[in-house]
Design a protein around this ligand. Structure first.
Ligand code: C2O
Ligand code: CU
Ligand code: CU
Length: 446
């Protein structure tokens, strides 16, 4: 859905029926279609008028994950859209080109609403991709890939039930969906192909690689392009994150995008007496090369025109956040009443956790023990200063808005967008069961 010339977009949240496996159809939700939403393309440097109509029976919200816009149009849990009403935010984008996304964000219902299908990709376009030498033919050499997992009931419905390990670690499905489809494959031209990867799963962390070991060249992270491509053999993609990579198919050989199993399964699986660590890899998406498809790009670009953040933390205000599981000593001693929380506080709609001064820079140290949590902040992009006291991994050297915390990360964040008390920004774990369970907080910027 291209809004780059009209500056207008209409999204209708609606019910549908979708066949995922076999001939049985599942009840699903989507925007303008039965399941998931269309890829929206918006121009940076101009305003886009959005109309979100809610044709479902319950309230929703639509959060623009990755857009640097004021809290009043961010679409967080305070901006609910009641059934049969329309929400009409104006999104004025001034940020660099990037792959963002949108999804519902109703407190306590985000996991279920996203599982049902309230999510889609949003591309921020600056019209410069040809000049950069990047593949940009949508669906030909520029593929948008949304990775999700689901379970289906025997009747073929989306299974929303949570096992005990799901309640602790987040929902894990047994079936992989790419762009809402099971068992699909991609046909690509003989040349360089760009993959815009979004992890839209509730909790599954993918560790991606190509089956024959060929490299991926990272060109963009959550919030935009790098200065130049970075070669990776593996890419870890946690819920909410986006990475854009180039893959070279000029040898015309077929290859499969694969993933390692969820790294969080094993860490607590033993302790919980639940699932055992699975080893080996599974297939995410097979690629077949069709040499008759048009290729425009055969050479790796060397200057992407983007940047890597390189800030100075010396004068930044320092905040420490700890992502807390409802266990630890309390649970060991038989007190299971604790909830998911940050610094011991479970999310409360009516409580603002802190205030940030607009235009300032802060250093946030985020800690997670027991398991890995993807940490996301609304209304900002940030620099990963360090991971466990060392230089960030290569895939985390670009601008980000979501980062997988495996131990401890240090972030440097600049707060430019305003967020008043009635429309605060959220910070949370992007494992949606954790977010709904209270591992979220909110702050105002002013
Ligand atoms: Cu993608 Cu607060 O979320
Ligand atoms: Cu967000
Ligand atoms: Cu979490």
């Amino acid at each position: 859905l291209d809004a780059t010339s009209s500056g207008q977009v209409r999204l209708e949240a609606q019910k549908g029926r979708t066949a995922f496996v076999g001939s049985s159809r599942a009840d699903t939700w989507g925007f303008n279609q039965p399941f998931l939403g269309p890829t929206l393309r918006m121009s940076t440097g101009r305003a886009t008028q959005v109309d979100v109509l809610n044709s479902l029976d319950e309230e929703i919200s639509v959060h623009w994950h990755g857009l640097l816009v004021p809290g009043t149009v961010d679409g967080g849990p305070h901006q609910t859209v009641a059934p049969a009403t329309t929400w009409s935010p104006e999104l004025e984008l001034t940020q660099p080109a990037a792959t963002a996304w949108y999804h519902s964000h109703i407190h306590g219902a985000t996991a279920r609403q996203v599982q049902m299908g309230l999510a889609g990709v949003l591309q921020i376009d600056d019209g410069q991709d040809d000049a950069r030498g990047l593949p940009s033919q949508y669906g030909v050499d520029d593929l948008t890939l949304v990775l999700q997992d689901r379970r289906f009931s025997r009747r073929g419905e989306i299974d929303l039930s949570l096992t005990m390990p799901d309640r602790m670690m987040g929902f894990l499905g047994d079936t992989i969906l790419v762009n809402g489809q099971v068992g699909t494959m991609a046909v690509v031209p003989k040349g360089l192909v760009r993959l815009r990867l979004l992890n839209g799963s509730n909790a599954r962390i993918y560790t991606l690689a190509l089956s024959d070991g060929r490299p991926m060249h990272l060109v963009a992270t959550d919030s935009g392009y790098l200065d130049k491509p970075t070669r990776l053999s593996k890419l870890r993609l946690s819920p909410g994150e986006r990475f854009e990579v180039l893959v070279d198919f000029s040898d015309a050989r077929d290859v499969t995008l694969t993933s390692e199993h969820n790294p969080n399964t094993g860490m607590m699986g033993g302790m919980m007496g639940g699932r055992r660590q699975q080893s080996g890899r599974f297939s995410v998406l097979p690629f077949t090369v069709d040499p008759t498809l048009p290729t425009r790009i055969t050479r790796q670009p060397d200057d992407l025109g983007g940047s890597r953040p390189n800030g100075d933390a010396a004068n930044a205000i320092w905040r420490r956040l700890s992502l807390d599981m409802p266990m630890g000593m309390g649970m060991m001693l038989g007190r299971s009443d604790r909830r998911f929380s940050i610094n011991g506080d479970a999310f409360a709609m009516g409580r603002i956790n802190f205030r940030v001064t607009q235009g300032t820079i802060e250093r946030w140290t985020v800690n997670a023990d027991m398991m890995m949590h993807p940490f996301h902040v609304h209304g900002v992009k940030f620099q990963v200063l360090s991971e466990n006291g060392r230089a960030p991994q290569r895939q985390n050297t670009g601008w980000k808005d979501t980062v997988l915390v495996n131990g401890s990360v240090d972030l440097l964040i600049r707060f430019d967008q305003p967020a008043p008390a009635n429309a605060p920004f959220m910070y949370h774990c992007h494992i949606l069961e954790h977010e709904d369970g209270g591992m979220m907080g909110q702050f105002i910027v002013g």
